[in-house]
Write a protein that binds this ligand. Sequence first.
Ligand code: ATR
Length: 293
Amino acid sequence: MTLRAGIFGYPIAHSISPAMHNAAFARIGFDATYEAWETPPDALAASVSRLRDGGYLGANVTVPHKRAVMDCLDETDDIAARIGAVNTIVIDGVIDSATDGVTGGRLLGTNTDAYGFIRSLELEAGVEVSGMDVALAGAGGAARAAAYGLAAEGIDTLYIANRTLERARTLADEMAAQGIRARAVALSSSSFADICRHADLLVNTTSIGMLHGPAEGESPVPVDALRPGLVVYDMVYNPSVTPLLSAAQDAGATCVGGLTMLVHQGAAAFERWTGAKAPADTMLAAARDALGL
Ligand code: ATR
């Protein structure tokens, strides 16, 4: 029997996760299929509960369910609890040879975004972030995953810049509790541009620059804050070269796009579900294909 995996989201039609995971299953010869499960908020609990019925391998969770799904699970691990979001559900049960499905499953929530972020930084930019001063644009779910990933790697100082300052302050307080020096600033302030001029790493987690987003064609940071020696990481992956990355390239900075994070968070989920090594190169090629790159 072919096991089922998939992603809960709303809307979900344009997700590239099915292309990425189905290519990976085919590549390693694992008999499973990955589907996009369009799930309105009021259907989330019942839809997630079906994972206990057998025949399922595991699931991903995306916007707008990453926080709400935590109430639908049996357990949430430490990293997901700290980030406050689950992007991966692991079914902790036994493979039943009669149904070939995972049965009696307890649903465990984890979060592979922080891992995907750090792994892609290491692979794409060849940097170790320990001891770095990091400028982080945004304070939403993606920023929280980046912040906890960076904290675990032992960065020196985290500057958190957000349009809504209060959210940046909340995250900065949490980072301070983790033993990280953290400071909150307004995203559009001149002090954030100054911070970028001296930082080792700049990470954009806002939707600024995203195709069809509220600030398409814009950059979260002024051009004159970019320089050679700065590593610029943009979590926005469509377009693949955002206005921020384009300006960073022109300024001679080291650039990393968001597609590799998507691949590595997916690869980590894939490995949790299958116990097999994820073919990350195949996943990246499938993701690029799905985006028409
Ligand atoms: P995600 O899970 O992708 O991080 P989110 O939690 O909705 O999504 O967070 C979106 C982030 O992008 C927030 O930091 C948001 O700023 P606010 O907290 O002030 O809302 C930021 N963002 C989105 N659109 C923005 C815009 N037009 N200008 C500035 N910041 C924006």
